[in-house]
Ligand binder design. Structure first.
Ligand code: FES
Length: 143
């Protein structure tokens, strides 16, 4: 015995399906808002920065390195790499070749590009040093 679906029953079923789909979309968006994807604190794998021929003296590059960027500077004394996050209130720091310092724009924190130590300002600790590896003339950074 087969039951023929009336037009009214079909429209009711379609309406329920659309309401359930909409509710699922709203719930999915709410869950995504309250539980965003977690970025790892630091990259767990080496990150390629730039070909060594493209980084002149006093030049720098910032690259994604987990939650915060990594900063590579080609100083006159050689390559240096740091996690580019200020140890005061986690602002992103930048290399300033004119001043010769790594600078935090938030509260005028200044760091030494050779070892990441604090030169002046409120940062309580030096920048975190990252490891540099050169592979086939490419600069990589890692924890
Ligand atoms: S966050 Fe860098 S000096 Fe305050």
């Amino acid at each position: 015995m087969t039951r023929k679906l009336s037009r009214r029953d079909f429209l009711k079923a379609l309406n329920r399906f659309l309401a359930a789909s909409g509710l699922a979309g709203i719930l999915g968006t709410m869950v995504a808002y309250f539980y965003p994807p977690v970025l790892e604190e630091e990259s767990s794998v080496p990150v390629s920065v730039v070909h060594i021929s493209e980084l002149g003296i006093d030049d720098s590059r910032k690259v994604a390195f987990g939650r915060y960027p990594g900063l590579v500077i080609n100083t006159a004394e050689g390559l240096r790499a740091y996690k580019a996050v200020c140890t005061h209130f986690a602002c992103i720091v930048s290399w300033n070749p004119d001043s010769g310092m790594i600078e935090c724009p938030c509260h005028a924190g200044f760091f030494n590009p050779l070892d990441g130590s604090v030169i002046s300002g409120p940062p309580p600790a030096p920048l975190r040093v990252l490891v540099i590896e050169i592979i086939d003339d490419w600069i990589f950074i890692k924890s």
